[in-house]
Design a protein around this ligand. Structure first.
Ligand code: ATP
Length: 404
């Protein structure tokens, strides 16, 4: 009998696995349960994988086993195809950047010395190390001239955290472990650091394991999220979209909590939607010109831009009436509700709620005005996300029905 001829199967290439955890287990001495119990997980190169779960479920223990700050009781850790379960841990740690909540900066060393820790360990010469330090500081938005010679206590919490990230990137590691890196930071700075970090990651494309207990942060930061239960048992390992639209079980559903629609706003970026226009004038224009622009629009304020095209002031009809003289100088208020195009719609909504003119101003990375986001656009986004979630749910239901 002749064999039927079949076409070779067309499958997408498998993404490269950078970290493979195989049946990883940790039992601390004197305890009755495994803190991590037989965890197996593949982490793909270039992705941010967020480990999220309730307190004590084993997130930190799992992460610390990857760079062997905690030695596994059993199981294997494979890094880029190489079994590193029993290799020299010091050498392993030079290949893995590590960022923790309280930055772990050495208080008696300057910022420059802190950031140069790994390049020095790697035996780089002084000139190369110094160039690298400056490059890293610039990468995390810190002017090397200003900060290189300061000590950690002379920096704000957010700045220290940036230095922590710069230091972790020192030896250009393939992998970064980040344990609640923005946990101890106030919400506004935190949001800024998260956005900055996503920008940075789009340039450096590291493989990142990120621990948090905050599901909103997980949704925002993760390419993939592992929702963990006690003993690091995986309740669901999936994209943020799938976790929000198709939670695998009640544990995941409870963990996401209420407001899944609102959380979905963290999945969309401001740059993905069409921004609304707003009437603008140049800050150098006259009061009369601003009056004209305002009259021709159906808005109650104009946005004055500086000579570089950056938002300078909101000027309302009241401000114009109050203005003496013919120049706009000194009129109105400085825009507060402002986000970059990389921000999420959730960030934009947060700003909008307290905004004077019920819109969030959007700027590019150099601060140039791009447009505004208003509540109608946010509404529209929620509607279309819901529609696509329903469509997706229908498709998986139909597939489930035809499955044998
Ligand atoms: N050194 C240790 N000795 C004994 N038990 C430990 C030790 N470290 C952690 N544990 C236990 O292991 C379990 C997992 O702890 P782990 O710190 O990994 O949890 P986590 O998910 O990171 O929690 P959190 O969100 O509160 O930081 C907990 O029950 C904890 O009490």
């Amino acid at each position: 009998m002749t064999q039927p001829i079949t076409a070779p199967e067309q499958t997408a290439p498998e993404p490269e696995v950078m970290i493979r955890l195989e049946n990883l287990t940790k039992r601390f001495p004197g305890t009755r349960r495994n803190a991590v119990d037989g965890l197996s997980l593949d982490i793909h190169a270039g992705e941010i994988v967020v480990l999220v779960g309730p307190s004590g479920c084993g997130k930190t223990t799992t992460m610390k086993m990857i760079n062997r700050i905690i030695e596994p009781t059993s199981g294997r850790i494979v890094l880029n195809g190489e079994d590193v379960t029993t290799t020299n841990p010091d050498q392993l740690r030079r290949r893995i950047g590590y960022v923790i909540q309280q930055t772990g900066l050495f208080p008696h060393l300057t910022i420059g010395e802190n950031v140069s820790t790994v390049p020095k360990l790697l035996g780089w010469d002084a000139a190369r190390t110094r160039n690298r330090v400056d490059e890293l500081l610039r990468l995390v938005n810190m002017d090397p001239e200003e900060y290189r010679d300061r000590f950690p206590k002379q920096l704000s919490g957010g700045q220290q955290q940036r230095v922590g990230v710069a230091r972790a990137l020192g030896g250009d590691p393939q992998v970064m472990l980040m344990d609640e890196p923005f946990g101890a930071i106030d919400p506004i700075t935190r949001e800024r650091l998260q956005n900055e970090f996503l920008r940075l990651q789009s340039e450096v494309r590291k493989t990142i394991v990120f621990v948090t207990h905050d599901i909103d942060e997980a949704i925002k930061m993760g390419d993939r999220i592992a929702i963990l239960q006690e003993g690091s048992a995986i309740a669901q390992y999936d994209t943020p979209e799938r976790i929000l639209t198709a939670p695998a079980n009640d544990f995941v559903r409870d963990f996401i909590g209420g407001g899944a629609s609102l959380k979905r706003l963290s999945l969309s970026r401001v740059r993905d939607i069409e921004l609304a226009p707003w009437p603008t004038v140049s800050a150098a224009d006259s009061v009369e010109q601003a009056h004209r622009v305002l009259r021709e629009s159906d808005h109650s304020a104009v946005l004055a831009l500086d000579p570089e095209g950056r938002p300078a002031r909101w000027i309302g009809a009241d401000d114009l009436r109050r203005g003496t003289g013919s120049s706009l100088e000194g009129l109105g208020t400085v825009p507060q509700a402002m986000v970059q195009t990389r921000a999420t719609l959730s960030d934009a909504l947060n700003e909008l709620i307290s905004a004077r003119y019920a819109v969030t101003v959007v700027v590019d990375e150099d601060g140039h005005y791009q447009g505004v986001v208003d509540i109608d656009q946010i509404n529209e986004s929620i509607r279309s996300m819901r529609a696509s979630a329903v469509a997706e749910a229908r498709t998986s239901f139909a597939e489930g029905e035809t499955r044998p």
